[in-house]
Write a protein that binds this ligand. Structure first.
Ligand SMILES: *[C@@H]1O[C@H](CO)[C@@H](O)[C@H](O)[C@H]1NC(C)=O
Ligand SMILES: *[C@@H]1O[C@H](CO)[C@@H](O)[C@H](O)[C@H]1NC(C)=O
Ligand SMILES: *[C@@H]1O[C@H](CO)[C@@H](O)[C@H](O)[C@H]1NC(C)=O
Ligand SMILES: *[C@@H]1O[C@H](CO)[C@@H](O)[C@H](O)[C@H]1NC(C)=O
Ligand SMILES: CC(=O)N[C@H]1CO[C@H](CO)[C@@H](O)[C@@H]1O
Length: 452
């Protein structure tokens, strides 16, 4: 304990300027279409607002100097809110202290930076050379090798493939940590029958950090911890042509990219879709790799936070003919993830109601690669810590997510054939906000999140 206190004092001393002191995270509930319209307008006009979550409820990270005016504005408009985080700087201190490393080897219970993860991937592929194979899909914008590990049971037979990627959004640190946990379990947990059963059926391709450049950037210093996008250098499209960085790699896939649904053309925003589909190197690399990968049966794109299993499609509210099968396996995941710690997940299409979004990876896997079992996950938690989840939650997240992934892949039917007509055509009236809003209120069966 003493060392911890000494460490945190040291951290405070070294960091000096406290970037997020007094900043809050506020949850806001839109109870009517009028509220919703007001909130959207607020996001568009207030560039200091950092959106942590949107959909049924919004979570906003607000700079300290903006809190009183924001709360006044909410009260005036009759919009109710709840403060989730009273001081973001305290949360960051808590995360930093919880992440104090205590060994010279790779620590699966800590948030590791890219160089540590890269070392561990190399180490695992050497240590388990008969069943762990390093693969490299290409260089990132900043020249990093975009690598992952293919895990097999070592019997030399090719099997249907399950692909899992983490860290497509840089600040969602629990995602790479959970993928690393799962990878390590597949390689080392001989005692768990489900592991051998899953490896008898499938080969796993695991890419713990998809957006390496962005992830590295979040480790630069505290002020960069909440970066979401890639780090590609762009220029604004109109005077004064300011330099801006990064596009949202989950709005950049070659799947309905041109529709630009809930994706921005403005490179200063967090949801910038990039100048063309696949403009982000990390996206283009994986797209090319997946297109030539044979036998891809299941795709998992792992995010945080909100505790959701997101199903196709993201870009439209229409449902594919295969939805019953997609939902069945999603429900198996949700059931299994709750067993150990009671963690509650909801299952459903992000696009069905309020927030469709184009250019998302799960739609690319479903439509372009004909993968029925294509899912997005939003891991822990539900907003108490949000992106700044303390490191002591890595192990429980790793355990419950591994339970659920194993249960889900064992419940899949690799022989299941996608219905030939299951590609979506855009149903325009469903994208009308008023219609969407009415639909939402007619049903509480569904969740309404964007593909984050
Ligand atoms: C560090 O490791 C030592 C020896 O394994 C252990 O006794 C100690 O409790 C650990 N400290 C922290 C902060 O985890
Ligand atoms: C695809 O999977 C089948 C078994 O389901 C296997 O026989 C075949 O070799 C695999 N193809 C490739 C290219 O891995
Ligand atoms: C943190 O890193 C960013 C990016 O390198 C840099 O622009 C900024 O000045 C740094 N801030 C502090 C407080 O060191
Ligand atoms: C992009 O958004 C910023 C911040 O809201 C705004 O100042 C800028 O004018 C926008 N640029 C374009 C090209 O619309
Ligand atoms: C936040 C936001 O921009 N939401 C939009 C998402 O897309 C739907 C359909 O195009 C719009 O109605 C929302 O306004």
């Amino acid at each position: 304990m003493e060392t911890l206190i000494a460490f945190s004092v040291l951290v405070l001393f070294v960091s000096g300027y406290e970037e997020f002191r007094g900043d809050q995270v506020v949850r806001v509930k839109a109870k009517s279409l009028a509220h919703l319209t007001l909130l959207k307008k607020y996001i568009e006009t207030e560039k200091n607002v950092d959106v942590w979550g949107e959909g049924e409820e919004y979570e906003f990270h607000l700079p300290s100097k903006q809190i009183s005016s924001f709360e006044k504005w909410l009260t005036e408009n009759g919009i109710s809110y709840e403060v989730l985080v009273f001081d973001l700087e305290d949360l960051l201190n808590e995360e930093e202290v919880s992440n104090t490393k205590n060994s010279s080897t790779f620590d699966y219970n800590k948030y590791n930076d890219w160089s540590e993860i890269k070392e561990e991937l190399l180490h695992l592929s050497r240590k388990h050379s008969s069943k762990a194979f390093l693969f490299n899909v290409g260089k990132t914008y900043e020249g990093e090798d975009q690598i992952g590990i293919k895990v097999t049971n070592g019997d030399g037979r090719s099997k249907p493939v399950v692909w899992i990627d983490g860290g497509i959004h840089a600040r969602e640190w629990i995602s790479p940590a959970t993928v690393m946990y799962f990878m390590n379990k597949l390689l080392t947990n001989k005692a768990d029958d489900r592991v051998s059963q899953a490896l008898a059926k499938y080969d796993f391709y695991l890419m713990p950090v998809f957006n390496i450049d962005g992830y590295k950037y979040t480790f630069t210093n505290r002020s960069t911890r909440l970066w979401r996008k890639t780090r590609t250098k762009y220029k604004e499209s109109k005077p004064p042509y300011k330099t801006c960085y990064g596009a949202d790699p989950n709005r950049n896939w070659d799947s309905h990219w041109e529709t630009g649904i809930n994706a921005s053309d403005n490179c200063t925003t967090d949801y910038y879709r990039g100048p063309f589909a696949g403009s982000e190197k990390c996206v283009a690399n994986v797209q090319t790799f997946l297109r030539q990968l044979k036998n891809l049966t299941s795709y998992w794109n792992i995010h945080a936070f909100s505790q959701l299993v997101l199903t196709t499609w993201s870009w439209t509210s229409a449902l594919s003919k295969d939805y019953p099968e997609i939902k069945r396996v999603g429900d198996v995941f949700a059931e299994a993830v709750s067993k150990r710690y009671g963690t509650h997940y909801k299952v459903g299409p992000p696009s069905r109601f309020l927030y469709p979004a184009s250019g998302c990876s799960i739609d690319f896997a479903h439509d372009e690669l004909k993968v029925v079992y294509s899912y997005g996950l939003e891991l822990r938690d539900k907003g108490h810590y949000g992106f700044i989840l303390p490191a002591n939650q890595i192990q429980p997240s790793g355990e419950e997510t591994s339970d659920a992934l194993l249960a889900a892949v064992l419940a899949m039917k690799p022989e299941y054939q996608m219905s030939s007509s299951s590609r979506a055509t855009r149903i325009r009236f469903l994208n009308d906000p008023a219609v969407l809003f009415i639909l939402v209120f007619l049903s509480n069966l569904f969740i309404y999140r964007n593909c984050s």
